[in-house]
Design a protein around this ligand. Sequence first.
Ligand code: ADP
Ligand code: 5GP
Length: 213
Amino acid sequence: MSNRRGLLIILSSPSGAGKSTLAKRLRDWDSGLIFSVSSTTRAPRPGEVDGKDYHFTTEAAFKAQVANGDMLEHAHVFGNFYGSPRGPVQDAIEAGNDVLFDIDWQGAQQIRNSALGQHTLSIFLLPPSIKELHRRLIGRGQDDSDTIARRMQRSWDEISHWDSYDFVLVNDDLDATEEKLRTIVTATRLRRIQQPGLTGHVRTLQTEFEEQL
Ligand code: ADP
Ligand code: 5GP
């Protein structure tokens, strides 16, 4: 077993608050972080790469994966199915690697309630204001006005779950938020439960201690 047990790091927020941007920054900071590539039935946006941003799949294939128990969690968001494949997550955390999830509150809740729940770190990002959230969605330039309106409609539903998360950050200044995220991840890696190797180390200390007497 690795000396360290991997963490499941969950980032949630209303659409446009900055999850993808911050997830990318965290991965640039620590190349050992493994991004959980979700499966989705939604169509790829321009520039999105199959297998990197998402596994783009059909509804039938998605439902088969769920029926086989191959999804750690799954949800229906904006009329499409999204889910986190279980296998890569299991392999990563058993090898002591952390996994980063960009998922909604329903997925976060399912992972928290799963057998892996005790190894979860959940972080919610709030926008500084609703006006700024709208501005960011438009500024991202990836959605038509109907989609933006639907995402704005749904944002309150997502925000209303802010108080189920371990940490909540207002993503005003991007650099400051990134710094806080790094601090949270660094500290949580030191939780006793993430360090199974400590038991052996303390046993060694005990032997050394007793030999001294
Ligand atoms: P999400 O993944 O939560 O939907 P994105 O990461 O795609 O959101 O961010 C939406 C837009 O807002 C992007 O254009 C991004 O560059 C911008 N953005 C993210 N965080 C900030 C911030 N703190 N200040 C200004 N713009 C930001
Ligand atoms: P988007 O279509 O903008 O990429 O994602 C829409 C929403 O679905 C975002 O809130 C995102 O976090 C969420 N999402 C993406 N992948 C998953 C997943 O695997 N599971 C769940 N529960 N939500 C997801």
